[in-house]
Design a protein around this ligand. Sequence first.
Ligand code: ADP
Ligand code: NA
Length: 343
Amino acid sequence: TFSPRVFSGIQPSGDLHLGNYLGAIRRFVPLQETHETIYCVVDMHAITVWQEPDALRRATREVAAAFIAAGIDPKRSIIFNQSQVGQHAELAWVFNCIARIGWMNRMTQFKDKAGKNSENVSLGLLAYPSLMAADILLYKATGVPVGDDQKQHLELTRDIAAKFNNDYAAAIAERGLGEEDGQFFPMTEPLIAGPATRIMSLRDGSKKMSKSDPSDQSRISLLDDADAIAKKIKKATTDPAELPSGIEGLAGRPEADNLVGIYAALSDRSKAEVLAEFGGAGWGRFKPALADLAVAVLAPMNGEMRRLLDDPATIDAVLRDGAERAGAIAEKTMAAVRDIVGF
Ligand code: ADP
Ligand code: NA
């Protein structure tokens, strides 16, 4: 059987934000207790859209610093960047030949990112989910902690794994390389849970908070200081009504739902518990309480991230050590894949 192993990645494609923290990074930490954990800075994913080389290098160190500052222990977990383990690109190519173009065309993230300009985006943007499948399956990961926006990509990862297992069933069996039920790759599950699986923009409650939207200044960055965090929360778009006393009252109120969800996630409570405390309160009471909470949670991490970023040699050493450990696992999988495929 496949041993419990977790893989997840974050793109070094701009400012890390509260959505990345609550939907992903924060949830990476406790998994260290129960799983073998591998956390990756996915720089090859980032270049599916243009990145200035120096900005990419800086953002790569920033994501690594955020991992460590959030409580991921580089000894217990593997922390590395994708481009340093060549097997990611190699397996992605094999998967490009397994996956169908129609599967890629159906991905909503591709449609969102390509917009009306889908003939003039990079081929890599279309193939993005195939590289993501390679990231996960190189380590035969059984679980991937991600935000809700990645659910469809995880389904595609399972489709690719299933087609590979099936297309090459004879070769896998002949070599005795099947694990559970003769399967070479596991059916990886997304680990999506809690009140913060999709944090929305503080400016527009219909859009997710995202690194990739440079026009949205409302995003709370993990490098924001206390003042900036408080200002952004104060300015967050809301409706005029007071907070409801139960979660049914959040229906049809996306901005209120979002802010209550953020409060719940930051305080490790449910939205119902938060509303039990704040039901009937106006924004003039709730927003300052949310700002204080956000600062209390994010400020220590912010300080640790800055300290680490002043010492890039330490970050680079963590990434080098991680790449060596990841590479050993990746090469074992890739050697078997080469043999199965007939290389
Ligand atoms: P982004 O979408 O900001 O460019 P990535 O694609 O690198 O970030 O995603 C990194 C992780 O952060 C993924 O697990 C993704 O699901 C999660 N994530 C991104 N945005 C949000 C959000 N607004 N709410 C919750 N999780 C998010
Ligand atoms: Na994303």
